[in-house]
Design a protein around this ligand. Structure first.
Ligand SMILES: [Zn+2]
Length: 323
């Protein structure tokens, strides 16, 4: 039955009805806020390319977690900015490394907040690559060992979930094995399963000081042109024991999010990355677009594509508008 009997505009006229038939709604429960922890005290340095995001010392991160929790953001993803780096990133596996310190302090003040720790070496290596370099490239199997040690150290500090972002082959299995052996069989793994080599990470590297000193990451992060390969990565991570799989970035990869949701029966996360955030901020600052409407539309599109969890730098600002 078609026009004039079928008129889809009937459902759009009344705002109450419009809301009743709304198919996708974002909630604070879907959102994770990334935070950058650094050494010192009283430090709160704004990241120039990411307005409203800061490198914070542990005391300020604790305060920020309380503020976020109060406005409904109950999960954060922690990135560390260390005061010393080394060749392999093993410095991150020391129990008094910066993220571990932050985890202990946050959990002491606010045990209910859900802490996720990013697992990777690039913030901790002198060369800025995600693992141990052998003959000019990241050695896969050597890197697995530092990642496994880092995971256990984070677990001991009290994180609620680990999130490996390095894209080495076999890392989920190796981390799972090490966590189980060391007494953390219940700690979930959210794997950055399909992480694409992307220009959208630019501002993050400002924030985390993790730009590679030579070359790029295309020997381990995925080619942005590939979708079948993303499904293979996700399937392998699930086989190795991932509890949640992630697609990163989000906006230019919504087809991957959608395909992952269709093909696998597992929670899917999407990372609305720094470059996606900064584009919105830049356009809003120039008065070219309405920031809140942009953010709502972007987050809704990520959820509509199939993401159960959205990691986003917009989380703090949008939270109070979502009730
Ligand atoms: Zn990395």
């Amino acid at each position: 039955m078609t026009f004039p009997y079928t008129r889809l505009r009937r459902l759009r006229k009344n705002p109450v009805l419009r809301k009743m038939v709304e198919e996708t709604a974002i909630s604070v429960n879907d959102l994770v806020m990334p935070l950058f922890v650094c050494h010192g005290s009283g430090v709160r340095r704004e990241v120039q390319s990411m307005p409203g995001n800061y490198q914070m010392s542990v005391d300020n991160v604790v305060k920020e977690c309380k503020r976020l929790y109060d406005i409904g953001i109950k999960a954060v993803l922690l990135f560390g900015i260390p005061d010393k780096k080394d060749e392999t990133g093993l410095v991150a596996a020391s129990d008094d490394s910066i993220v571990q310190k932050a985890v202990r302090s946050i959990k002491k003040e606010l045990p209910a907040i859900f802490l996720i720790a990013d697992i990777c070496n690039c913030e901790y290596t002198t060369h800025g690559h995600c693992g141990t370099i052998v003959d000019g490239d990241v050695d896969n199997d050597l890197t697995l060992e530092t990642l496994a040690k880092q995971s256990v150290s984070f677990a001991r500090a009290g994180v609620d979930m680990v999130a490996p972002s390095d894209m080495m082959d076999g890392r989920v299995g190796r981390i799972r094995e090490e966590l189980d052996v060391k007494g953390f069989p219940d700690l979930p793994i959210m794997s950055y399963s399909a992480k694409f080599a992307s220009a959208f990470y630019g501002p993050f590297r400002d924030a985390a000081g993790s730009s590679p000193g030579f070359g790029d990451r295309s020997s381990y992060q995925m080619n942005s042109a590939n979708s079948d390969e993303a499904m293979r990565e996700i399937a392998l991570d699930i086989e190795e024991g991932a509890d949640i799989v992630m697609i990163k970035p989000a906006l230019a990869y919504l087809d991957i999010v959608s395909r992952a949701k269709d093909e696998f029966n597992i929670p899917v996360a999407a990372y609305n990355v720094s470059g996606e955030f900064s584009m919105v901020k830049a356009a809003a600052a120039k008065g070219w677009a309405d920031e809140e409407r942009l953010v709502r539309e972007i987050l809704t599109s990520i959820k509509r594509a199939g993401a159960d969890i959205i990691i986003t730098y917009h989380a703090a600002e949008i939270a109070s508008r979502l009730h």
